[in-house]
Design a protein around this ligand. Structure first.
Ligand code: FAD
Length: 463
């Protein structure tokens, strides 16, 4: 049995920087990884999906540019798009491997399982350490649809290996992965159908967000089927056939399953170390990321945190600070996220409904992009900016932005919420004209009037 100071299981966005940092501090760190170095984000998630969307959205924007008087003929080289994203993935993975090597982390390739308390086995290797961090992430969750398991369906793990553009592309799942890749495939030239069991796509978001995204995807030619439960999937002569409960059938040349995520805890045999899982299979941790086995911590997706890379990264920093004696918890932070469809969605903090449910004396105001000078000039009027405050403290508690580059713009609100700003601070900030952000002080000002302000939100009067 090998002895180490620290074992990290999983080389994702939480585990890798944690291993590197502790190794740089002179500890003997062993990192166990069963698949590619870098985890989901780099290999099968954020990096390839955003590199793919970069091309897809350029194609979509070029087609929509006729509204500005620009008439473009769009010809997407799908093989080039996919090769380019695989090149970026490879360079990010190589960079991660290089940083691990330079820091002196010992990497063991193999699937880890607990053998005993603080003892982990991977293939022929058995290692023990007083400090173990589980960062094993999640995988695509596969619905129990008759026939599906016998077909070569795609998940986020295989989608990015596609070489040829499928003429017809079917997607099961109308969450953010299904919408991003579904819209992307329509924009690079496939005929796309999205089947969603809910009565609106992205049903964790506010209803008008779902409506705006549906509208935009439909303009791209995506057929969205709501309240759609596939009852059977078959694959014959290179064609997938998806049958719905009402007997209607849809044929596709590829089928993507994007119906949520499931924690990677099945192989870990955590019970041998006395670690408890919650009812969905995520590792049960307290506010300091402690599992029920002393010395064993779990961070990022597998610990049931909001499943985003920036959360995984921040978990590593928090755990480090906690182990250094800091008094931080996993909850005392402002977390935002984004959906990279067009229009984009940028979210942070509480929605109006969430704030009310928490007993906050909430107020919400919003401004449509059709009232924002820059959006009109740029021809990007689809969307809105919404802000929620606690009327008792006047502090900003949440924002929903839908529109062009909303993922970038939402950081204004992340910073204000993090610093405890009231709406007055935002109102008093002078934002540059003409920008999308210029609308935010005007939006804040709406909280100051009994009746909604009828003054323009931007310097140049919008209609
Ligand atoms: C298509 C897609 C797009 C996404 N886009 C975004 C985005 O734009 N922005 C964003 O913030 N997030 C995005 N995400 C989510 C993001 O990828 C994850 O939240 C993030 O990667 C989680 O990191 P992690 O460290 O928890 O786990 P992971 O990155 O999944 O790493 C876990 C690692 O553990 C390994 N492992 C698992 N079990 C074992 C075992 N028993 N032994 C050894 N190794 C094991 C796995 O092989 C994996 O490498 C996306 C996800 C997907 C699927």
């Amino acid at each position: 049995m090998k002895n180490a100071d620290v074992i990290v299981i999983g080389s994702g966005q939480g585990g890798t920087p944690f291993a590197i940092e502790l190794s740089k501090r002179g500890r003997h760190v062993i990192l166990l990884e069963r698949d590619r170095i870098g985890g989901s984000c780099i290999n099968y998630g954020c990096t390839p999906s955003k590199a793919f969307l970069a091309a897809a959205h350029q194609a979509g924007r070029a087609r929509r540019a006729k509204a500005l008087g620009v008439h473009a003929t769009v010809d997407v080289d799908f093989a080039f798009v996919m090769n380019r994203l695989r090149g970026i993935v490879g360079s990010f993975r190589d960079g991660t491997q290089r940083r691990l090597t330079e820091a002196g982390v010992e990497v063991i390739h193999g699937e880890a399982a607990f053998a005993d308390e603080r003892v982990v086995r991977a293939g022929a290797d058995e290692v023990t350490a007083p400090l173990i961090v589980i960062d094993t992430g999640t995988s695509a969750s596969i619905p129990n649809v008759p026939g599906l398991a016998d077909t070569p369906y795609l998940t986020n793990k295989t989608f990015f290996s596609l070489a040829d553009l499928p003429k017809r592309f079917l997607v099961i799942g109308g969450g953010y992965i299904g919408l991003e890749l579904g819209q992307g495939m329509a924009r690079v030239g496939s005929e796309v159908h999205i089947f969603h069991r809910g009565d609106r796509v992205l049903n964790g978001e506010e209803a008008d967000v779902s409506a705006l995204l549906s509208e935009s995807l439909k303009e791209d030619g995506v057929d969205i089927h709501l309240s759609a439960e596939p009852s059977r999937v078959t694959f014959a002569n290179d064609v997938f056939t998806l049958e719905l409960g009402d007997g209607t059938r849809y044929d596709g040349d590829q089928l993507l399953v994007a119906t949520g995520r499931t924690p990677n805890t099945g192989a870990l045999q955590v019970q041998r170390s006395g670690i408890v899982l919650d009812r969905r299979g995520y590792v049960d941790v307290d506010a300091q990321f402690r599992t029920s086995c002393q010395g064993v911590y779990a961070i990022s997706d597998v610990s049931g945190q909001p499943a985003f890379t920036h959360v995984a990264w921040e978990d590593y920093r928090r755990l480090l600070s906690i182990l250094d004696g800091g008094h931080r918890t996993r909850d005392d932070r402002v977390l935002g996220y984004a959906v990279y469809t067009e229009p984009q969605v940028g979210r942070v903090g509480l929605t109006y409904e969430q704030a009310c449910a928490k007993g906050v004396n909430a107020r919400s105001e919003e401004v449509p992009l059709s009232a924002v000078a820059r959006a009109i000039e740029w021809g990007q009027e689809r969307g809105f900016y919404r802000m929620v405050i606690d009327a008792d403290t006047e502090k900003i508690v949440g924002a929903t932005l839908v529109g062009y580059e909303a993922a970038e713009l939402v950081h204004v609100f992340i910073a204000h919420i993090q610093s405890g700003s009231t709406w007055h601070t935002l109102d008093e900030s002078v934002h540059i004209h003409p920008t999308y952000c210029e609308a935010f002080p005007g939006l804040a000002r709406m909280f100051g009037s009994e009746t909604r302000a009828d003054e323009p939100v931007c310097a140049a009067a919008a209609p």
